[in-house]
Design a protein around this ligand. Structure first.
Ligand code: SAM
Length: 378
């Protein structure tokens, strides 16, 4: 699936000559920009391609059934390999690491990886912003250990507050109360504020927008920030149709039934969510309009798949094989040069092209299968 670098070519053509290349592949203090002027700041790391949920919009049961072949253990990057690559990405400008999957808490001893990543530093000596996205199913067991290991922030996915709707969405009959208990355990462990992501699919769970906002505020107050995500055409198996997308402006109109709302300023460059708050209660809401208002122009994210392929876009078909370099004995300078080279050539802007397509929002004609989200990390 990935492109394998010829290490010697990289050494000849890309690594600076006259001595050891700096570990970032660039002189200290300089950011490599891609062809559209975007720096690399955020690395999402998929630690497993397995999940215990079968959400129809992500890993539909009909496709990911008992016959589906997941990656063998030997294909997965080890914790040491992930940590080594994460340090090289930090040298290249990354300031935020997000562990994801699949369901990241299914990876055995994940807290050990968190501990290793928490010890990394940027070239300025700062720790990285270390965060994790989970379906919450194992949080009651894991929240305290993750906090103790040095995890800074948590995002929990929750698509409904109504138990029947939630069980249908996850398609394995997982109860909403168990996720809520996980969120409570995470709050108790000191993770607040926790982001809760709801993917809104028209006709499936869009009646949950207002009830979920009300319920989370009633239970957790400002300890939880709810974010609504437009259903995206990631991968090739979720049967995406534009008709199933509830645009963020419709989500906002429904939320205004609760009370008047005002916008909040962005907290970080490249932030995916537009921030809003309810005037009366101060409850914060995020809207991620990945389909109706593409944010490719500020995208500073790269993704490292479970088996060590570097992907430059959530909608990509091909990755770049960093695992081959790591396992082939490349030194840090050669791997740094590869990251630098790949990022420097990046021109992906899938969502912007989809928005610009005629008729509007048709996905660009797919000649190749797009990679699945659970494999490159959401
Ligand atoms: N298992 C973890 C979880 O449930 O959060 C992490 C992986 S999951 C792929 C990461 C996020 O991607 C979740 O919030 C999920 O709802 C979201 N997601 C998956 N497929 C999506 C799609 N087609 N459109 C929008 N969001 C999606």
């Amino acid at each position: 699936m990935g492109k394998i670098f010829a290490i010697n070519d990289l050494r000849r053509g890309l690594a600076p000559t006259g001595g050891r290349a700096p570990a970032s592949g660039l002189p200290a203090g300089q950011d490599r920009l891609d062809t559209l002027g975007r720096p690399l700041r955020d690395l999402r790391i998929s630690v497993t391609d397995r999940c215990n949920f079968r959400c129809s919009y992500c890993m539909p049961k009909e496709v990911f059934d008992h016959q589906h072949v997941f990656l063998p253990q030997s294909a997965l990057l080890s914790f040491e390999e992930i940590t080594r690559l994460a340090q090289l990405f930090a040298n290249a400008g990354v300031r935020k690491l997000r562990l994801t999957g699949g369901e990241p808490l299914l990876r055995k001893n994940l807290e050990h990886l968190v501990e290793m990543l928490a010890a990394l530093r940027t070239p300025d000596g700062e720790p990285l912003d270390l965060t994790l996205t989970t379906n919450g199913s194992l949080l009651t067991r894991k929240a305290a250990a993750l906090k103790a290991a040095g995890l800074k922030r948590l995002t929990v996915s929750l698509d409904a507050i109504d138990d029947a709707v939630f069980r249908r969405m996850n398609d394995v009959g997982f109860a909403v109360e168990d996720v809520l208990a996980g969120i409570a355990a995470a709050v108790a462990a000191g993770f607040a504020p926790i982001k809760v992501n709801m993917v809104v699919k028209k006709g499936t769970n869009d009646d949950q927008v207002v009830p979920l906002a009300r319920a989370l505020h009633a239970r957790y107050g400002s300890a939880v920030v709810l974010r609504f995500i437009e259903f995206m055409d990631v991968g090739s198996t979720n049967g995406w149709r534009l008709d199933d997308v509830l645009p963020s402006h419709d989500v906002l109109a429904r939320l205004r039934e609760i009370g008047p709302m005002s916008t909040l300023p962005a907290t970080a460059q490249g932030e995916t969510a537009q921030r809003w708050r309810f005037d009366a209660t101060g409850q914060e809401i995020g809207l991620v309009s990945s389909v109706t208002q593409a944010f490719c122009g500020t995208c500073n994210r790269a993704r490292l798949s479970t088996d060590g392929q570097l992907y430059l876009c959530l909608f990509a078909s091909h990755g770049h094989d960093l695992r081959a370099l790591v396992r082939g004995g490349a030194d840090d300078a050669a791997i740094a040069a590869a990251i630098d080279h790949v990022w420097g050539g990046r021109d992906d802007r899938y969502s912007a092209l989809r928005t610009a397509a005629t008729p509007p929002h048709d996905p660009p004609t797919a000649t190749e299968r797009r990679v699945e989200m659970h494999y490159i990390g959401g």
